[in-house]
Every structure is written in structure tokens, then in C-alpha cells.
Design a binder for this molecule. Structure first.
Ligand code: AMP
Ligand code: MG
Length: 422
């Protein structure tokens, strides 16, 4: 892997690392991800947001028996006259969970409730609204179809069928579906361990006073939030000063504990050479200037057995690079097979946008519906990559592709929805 990685990293005949297109960087990263190995067997309720570690097979048919989809009368379609009215005797009642015990003889029917097992001898249900009851008899008109209103055994799932393949990220509906099979425990991938730290002499952790020129470290909190949403095990390594020995210690300590290391800051121009030397000494890392805004510098590689992402220091750039590169990679590392990209839709931009061709821009926007229900988007006023407030206010990224220039008001743009997105 090492030689491949370095060869591809030089990108000599491929892409210029000083102007790496977003998609090319994504593809490159995808080729060098090794998902966690290690499974654990967990009770169903503990598996929300985890990834299935083995195929889940249906142990039986769902539903288990043919049953009624309606409140009505179960009967044998052979008993119904082709034309005119048929009179049948009501032999008993079938409730959901309390079947009719006997066999239904010719000329008889059974009062049946939704979900009740179809009585032996019956193949059809007529809705109660289409029947005239008269004591222990019913009168039924013609025009009914054999097997109507009957839910077939195995209609949802057949015994032995793969309900979820390995590599499936479990949602609330999935827990319900697995419970409907009577399965109480499943195998999932163990949690991915992600260690992260901030770099910078100017950074101070909250709880301490600020001296002149210092700022509070916010990146560790946005990273904590984004990582927690993904359901990984979060290892906060704190703030590390721009000191080679301290950085080396933090990287080595992280690589011994975690599957993935994220750092913020220290990979931009001026600082890059310095981090570069250290990272090259400890592992195999490539440094890109991505053709995007914000989030130009990005480092990617391995330190020991851990995957490494070196994110920019700017608070907005940290979030943009996380959503555009790291999130997908972490899902793959968590064991998910082919994670879905961020939901994207087309919206009309209600204000003009400034944009230079030659790079992909992720402008922060507010997506809303106009009175007719059409999706529109307004850019946040201050698009500076240091203004974290823009991310707080935004509910979407306006994605402006490489070739696109300025956008006039009223033009359609592509929007990545952040609401509810992890
Ligand atoms: P750097 O990439 O280290 O040059 O940082 C770029 C900018 O982001 C500088 O203005 C830093 O002060 C700021 N920055 C870096 N790390 C953090 C952090 N953890 N929290 C807030 N701002 C940061
Ligand atoms: Mg710095």
C-alpha cells in the first residue's frame, strides 16, 4: 500500500496537488480506506446508527400466515354465485391473535378482523361494507375477486431472505423491521475510534482567560458535534501548541489509540512545510491544495495504523472539509457499504452570487420555500471562512461547480441540505 500511496500521492501524471479538484480528492481518499474489523453482538436498541456486520436473514415468513387486510367476512370464492346475491351462514369469528378454530364448510363464512389468520377453507375476504348481515347469515353481491383483501404469508419477507446485507447503517425503521422478525440481538461493527486535536499557539481551551491575541478553540467543539452525530467514539486530545515535539507526541499517542486522527490547523501555507516534515517522518501523508473555497489545504494519509485527515484551521473550512471529505470516509470506515451523498436539490437563488471559475465553492445559504412551495435559497451575508456564525445560520451549502462564474438573482443553483444531515 505504501508505495502505491506515495506514487499516487505525487500525482505527477494525474492531478496537480496544488490544485486538486474536489471529486478527484474524494476518489483518491476512497481508494485508501480500510474499514474497521471487529464485530460485536448487541441488543437491538443499542444498534441505532451502527452498521450491520453480517447479513440479517429472515428466520420465517412475514407475515407468518395468510391473514385478512380488512374487517369483513372470510369465505371460499367457489361459494359465490357468478351473478346475483349469495347467502352464507356465519360459522364464527376470527380476531387478530385469536384464530377461528374449525374448518369452514361449504355455504359458510367467518366474520374476520384485520390481521386475523385466514380460516381453513377460506381464500377471500369481502369488506363488511359490501355485505348485508341478517342475524347469523349474510347476503353478498357478485363481482368479487378470489384472494381479494388477503395478505399472503411471506408477502413482506420470505423465510431465508436477506433483510439487510452486511454494511447497512441502521435507522429507526430498520430496528422495527428487525424486531418484527423476533430478532433481539444482532452483529454490528465495533465503534470507530476517532481522536482529534487542535493546533495553534493562539488557541486557548474554554475555562481559561484569554490573553491578547489569543482565541478560544472552537474547532474541537464543532468536530465533537459532527463526530457525535456520526456515532463514532470521540477521543478529544485537546489543544497542542505549534511545537514539533508536542505535536509528534500527540500524533503518536493518537495513532496508538484511534482508528482515525483528525487535526485542525497547521496545514496551510507557511505552516505546511513544518507539519509536512513531521507527518512525513511519522507516516505517509499527502498534502493538497484543493480547488475549493473554503477549505483549500487538506492533508490525508496514514500515521501508523490510523487514517489521518489534516483539516484547515479556519472554523468554517473545518466544517466544509469535514462534510465534503471526512464524513463519507468515516462512514466507509465504520463499515457502511457505499454511503449516500448529502441530499442535493435545485433551488432558485434569490440574490446574485460572486464566484470565480476554477474552483468549487460551498457558500453558506438559507434554504426556504416561497408561498407557492418552490425551493429558494438566500446566501448568508458574510461568506468569510473565519465567520463560524455563517455555519450556525446556514441550513445548506450552495454548491457552485468549478466552471461556474457569477450567478445572477433568479438563477437555479444546486444546494446540499444540512438539516438533519450527520
Ligand atoms: P491555520 O490553518 O493554523 O493557519 O489557521 C487558520 C486560521 O484559523 C487562523 O486564524 C487560526 O487562528 C484559526 N484557527 C485555527 N485553529 C482554530 C481553532 N481550533 N479554533 C478557532 N480558530 C482556529
Ligand atoms: Mg495554526
Amino acid at each position: 500500500m505504501t508505495t502505491d500511496f506515495i506514487r499516487a500521492a505525487s500525482c505527477a501524471n494525474d492531478y496537480d496537488p496544488d490544485s486538486m479538484p474536489v471529486d478527484a480528492a474524494r476518489k483518491y481518499i476512497r481508494n485508501y480506506l480500510t474499514p474497521v474489523n471487529g464485530l460485536e453482538q448487541l441488543p437491538l436498541r443499542s444498534t441505532l446508527g451502527r452498521v450491520t456486520g453480517a447479513d440479517i436473514l429472515s428466520p420465517h415468513n412475514v407475515p407468518n400466515h395468510d391473514n385478512s387486510a380488512m374487517d369483513g367476512y372470510a369465505l371460499n370464492a367457489d361459494d359465490l354465485a357468478a351473478e346475483g346475491t349469495t347467502r352464507l351462514r356465519i360459522a364464527g369469528t376470527a380476531f387478530a391473535g385469536r384464530p377461528f378454530a374449525g374448518t369452514v364448510e361449504k355455504g359458510n363464512c367467518v366474520r374476520i378482523m384485520t390481521g386475523a389468520v385466514m380460516p381453513t377453507g377460506c381464500d377471500t375476504v369481502v369488506m363488511q361494507e359490501h355485505v348485508q348481515a341478517d342475524g347469523d347469515h349474510v347476503a353478498i353481491g357478485s363481482g368479487h375477486r378470489r384472494t381479494q383483501n388477503v395478505r399472503r404469508a411471506g408477502e413482506d419477507l420470505q423465510a431465508g431472505q436477506v433483510v439487510f446485507p452486511a454494511g447497512h447503517l441502521l435507522k429507526p425503521a430498520d430496528l422495527g423491521l428487525i424486531a418484527s422478525l423476533g430478532i433481539g440481538e444482532i452483529k454490528v461493527y465495533r465503534k470507530l475510534r476517532v481522536a482529534f486535536f487542535s493546533t495553534g499557539d493562539e488557541l486557548v481551551s474554554i475555562g481559561q482567560p484569554l490573553a491578547e491575541g489569543q482565541i478560544y478553540d472552537s474547532n474541537r467543539y464543532t468536530l465533537f458535534g459532527m463526530l457525535s452525530r456520526l456515532g463514532v467514539e470521540v477521543i478529544d486530545m485537546g489543544v497542542v501548541r505549534d511545537d514539533p515535539q508536542l505535536l509528534e507526541n500527540a500524533l503518536l499517542e493518537s495513532s496508538a489509540m484511534a482508528d482515525v486522527i483528525l487535526t485542525s490547523g497547521g496545514v496551510s501555507v507557511g505552516e505546511a512545510d513544518y507539519m509536512k516534515q513531521l507527518l512525513n517522518k511519522l507516516g505517509q501523508v499527502v498534502f493538497w491544495k484543493i480547488a475549493m473555497k473554503p477549505g483549500r489545504p487538506l492533508a490525508f494519509g496514514r500515521i501508523g495504523n490510523a487514517h489521518y485527515f489534516g483539516l484547515p484551521g479556519n472554523p468554517v473550512a473545518v466544517m466544509v472539509t469535514f462534510y465534503q471529505f471526512v464524513r463519507h470516509a468515516l462512514l466507509v470506515l465504520m463499515g457502511q457499504h457505499d454511503p449516500a451523498p448529502a441530499p442535493t436539490l435545485s433551488a432558485t437563488c434569490v440574490e446574485p452570487l460572486k464566484k470565480m471559475p476554477g474552483r468549487t465553492e460551498f457558500q453558506r445559504g438559507i434554504l426556504f420555500q416561497n408561498r407557492d412551495g418552490a425551493w429558494q435559497v438566500r446566501p448568508i451575508g458574510n461568506q468569510s471562512s473565519g465567520v463560524l456564525r455563517s455555519m450556525s445560520e446556514a441550513n445548506c451549502f450552495i454548491v457552485l461547480p468549478t466552471d461556474c462564474g457569477n450567478v445572477a438573482a433568479g438563477q437555479p443553483v444546486q444546494v446540499q441540505v444540512l438539516e438533519g444531515f450527520v
